[in-house]
Design a protein around this ligand. Structure first.
Ligand code: FAD
Length: 463
C-alpha cells in the first residue's frame, strides 16, 4: 500500500502541501484533504468585499485541480479528533481514516470579544467565506452603510480598506491608545490616524465597546466605554484570532500558544506535522518559536511540511514577521523586530508629506523596519521590498549603515552593493526553484512580460 497523507484544512498551508508532496513523490502516495470550507484564500476576501472580484475568484482549487494532484477531497467535513498511537483521525460523522503522515493545517478563528449584543443581526466577525457573504448581504440594504469596526489591527484594517473602496461610512474603535498597535509604533500610527481623519474615517482610540444594542429603524447603537455612542448598520468585530486547536485536544500533540513544531514542521509525533496559523514554529530573527499568522508563513509551512512528508528532508530557516497594509490609500508596513526597544533606530518623519520610515539596527544589521507613505511614493514601495530582502538574508550592512544614516532614501545602493538581490535569487526553500501555484481561476495564466533589465538588476546576468 502506498503511504497515505491526510491533510486537515483547505487554506494556503494545505494546498501548498499538496503541490509540494506531488513535486517530490511523483504521485507515489495517497493524499486525502479534509476541509470544512472549500479550498480558498482568505487574503482574497477583501477583494470580493471591495467588488473587485466575484466569490469564485477567492477559490484556490476545484475538482479538476485536485484530480490533477491525485488528491481525494472531503470538503464540508470536519476532523473531530486525532489518535496518534493508532495513526487514525475520526471525522465528525464518526468515520475513521488511517494515515501514515498527517498535516494539521486548521488555521485560526476570530476571538469572541464577549461584548453584550454581539449576537445581533448585522454584528459579525470577518474571517470566512460565510462571513463575507453575510456582510455583503447586510450591506446590500443600504447604498452607503454605516459600519463600525471594533479593533484596529492588521486584519481589521485590511477589511476597512475594502469597505473604504465601496464608499461606506466608517468608524473604528480601538481599545489601545493607537491604531495598529501590534504593527506600528506611535509615530507611524499618528500618521495613519491623521490620514484616516482626512478620509472621513472616524477613529476612537483608548476606549472599548461596552455593548451593542438595537436602536431605531433596525440600526445598532454601539456604546463605548468613554460614554459616547455610535449608530451603525453593521458592526465588524476584529479583536484578534486564536489558533484552531480543538482538533488536538486530548491527543498528546504538544501545544504552546499553537501546535509546537520543529524546523521540519513535525510535532512531537514525527509523522504528524502542523503549519500555518495553527502552528508555533521557528522564526528567522530569534531563538524562541513563535506564531506568525500571515499568508507567507502559511505558504512556507505548507511547502516545508509537504517536502518532508514526501521524504525530501528540508529544514525551515524560520518565518519573518511582516505586515503590509493599505490603509485607505496610505501604505504601511512593518517587519521583524519593529518594536525592539534595545535596537538603534534611524527615523525619518515628515508629517505633512505622510512619509515615515524607521530602520532598527543591532550593530550593522537591520533587524526591523516600519514604513508609511502614499501609494504613489514609488521610492518607498521599492524600499519596502528591499528591506524585506535584507531582513530575509540577514545581511550585515557594514559601511552601508553610515551611508543609510546620511542618505535614508537611497536604499537601492546599499541593497545592491551588499549583494542581497543575488543572495535572494540563489535562495530556495526546498532546494529547487519554487513553482508557481498550479491553479488559476478559469485556467487563466498570468502574463509575465520578458524584461531583460530585471536580470541585470538582480545580478543574474553575467558581465
Ligand atoms: C480578511 C482577511 C484578509 C487577510 N489578508 C492577509 C494579507 O493581506 N496578508 C497576509 O499575510 N495574511 C492575510 N490574512 C491572513 C491569512 O489569510 C492567514 O494567515 C492564512 O489563511 C492562514 O492559512 P492556513 O492554511 O493556516 O489557515 P486557513 O486559511 O484559515 O485554512 C484553514 C482551513 O481549515 C479548516 N478547518 C479548521 N478546522 C478543521 C477541522 N477540524 N476539520 C476540517 N477542516 C478544518 C478551516 O475551516 C479553514 O478552511 C488575511 C486573513 C483574512 C481573514
Amino acid at each position: 500500500m502506498p503511504n497515505h497523507n491526510i491533510i486537515i484544512g483547505g487554506g494556503p498551508t494545505a494546498t501548498n502541501a499538496v503541490e509540494t508532496i506531488r513535486q517530490f513523490d511523483n504521485g507515489d502516495s495517497q493524499i486525502t484533504l479534509i476541509s470544512d470550507e472549500p479550498a480558498h484564500s482568505r487574503m482574497a476576501l477583501p477583494y470580493w468585499i471591495a467588488g473587485s472580484i466575484p466569490r469564485a475568484h477567492t477559490l484556490t482549487g476545484n475538482d479538476e485541480y485536485f484530480q490533477k494532484f491525485a488528491t481525494v477531497t472531503r470538503i464540508g467535513e470536519r476532523v473531530a479528533s486525532i489518535d496518534p498511537p493508532n495513526n487514525q483521525v475520526t471525522l465528525s460523522d464518526g468515520s475513521k481514516l488511517d494515515y501514515d503522515n498527517l498535516l494539521i493545517a486548521t488555521g485560526a478563528s476570530p476571538l469572541d470579544p464577549g461584548i453584550p449584543g454581539s449576537d445581533l443581526d448585522g454584528v459579525q466577525p470577518l474571517w470566512t467565506l460565510a462571513h463575507t457573504e453575510s456582510l455583503l448581504n447586510s450591506a446590500s440594504v443600504n447604498e452607503q452603510p454605516r459600519v463600525v469596526l471594533v479593533g484596529a489591527g492588521f486584519i481589521g484594517f485590511i477589511v476597512l480598506n475594502a469597505m473604504f473602496k465601496r464608499g461606506w461610512q466608517l468608524s473604528v474603535v480601538e481599545r489601545e491608545s493607537q491604531v495598529l498597535p501590534r504593527m506600528l509604533d506611535t509615530g507611524a500610527a499618528g500618521f495613519v490616524q491623521s490620514w484616516l481623519a482626512s478620509k472621513n474615517v472616524t477613529v476612537h482610540t483608548g476606549t472599548s465597546v461596552h455593548s451593542i444594542r438595537e436602536g431605531d429603524d433596525g440600526a445598532k447603537v454601539v456604546e463605548l466605554g468613554n460614554g459616547s455612542s455610535i449608530e451603525a448598520d453593521i458592526v465588524i468585530l476584529a479583536t484578534g484570532i486564536q489558533p484552531n486547536l480543538d482538533v488536538v485536544a486530548g491527543s498528546g500533540i504538544e501545544t504552546g500558544q499553537g501546535i509546537l513544531v520543529n524546523d521540519q514542521m513535525q510535532t512531537n509525533f514525527s509523522n504528524i506535522y502542523a503549519g500555518g496559523d495553527v502552528a508555533q514554529g521557528p522564526v528567522l530573527l530569534g531563538d524562541q518559536s513563535d506564531m506568525h499568522p500571515i499568508q507567507p508563513t502559511a505558504v512556507d509551512h505548507g511547502r516545508v511540511a509537504g517536502a518532508n512528508m514526501a521524504g525530501h528532508e528540508v529544514h525551515y530557516p524560520g518565518s519573518l514577521l511582516m505586515n503590509v497594509v493599505d490603509v485607505c490609500g496610505l501604505q504601511t508596513a512593518s517587519f521583524g523586530a519593529w518594536n525592539d526597544a534595545d535596537a538603534d533606530a534611524m527615523t525619518i518623519a515628515n508629517e505633512p508629506g505622510f512619509v515615515y520610515r524607521k530602520l532598527l539596527w543591532q550593530d550593522d544589521q537591520i533587524v526591523g523596519a516600519i514604513f508609511a507613505g502614499r501609494a504613489n511614493d514609488l521610492g518607498m514601495l521599492t524600499d519596502v521590498g528591499m528591506v524585506k530582502g535584507i531582513l530575509q538574508t540577514q545581511t550585515a550592512m557594514g559601511e552601508w549603515k553610515k551611508f543609510l544614516a546620511a542618505n535614508p532614501f537611497d536604499m537601492r545602493r546599499a541593497y545592491i552593493a551588499t549583494g542581497v538581490a543575488k543572495k535572494l535569487v540563489n535562495t530556495t526553500l526546498l532546494g529547487k526553484p519554487t513553482r508557481g501555484r498550479q491553479f488559476q481561476f478559469g485556467g487563466a495564466k498570468p502574463v509575465v512580460p520578458e524584461n531583460p533589465s530585471h536580470a541585470v538588476f538582480v545580478g543574474t546576468k553575467e558581465g
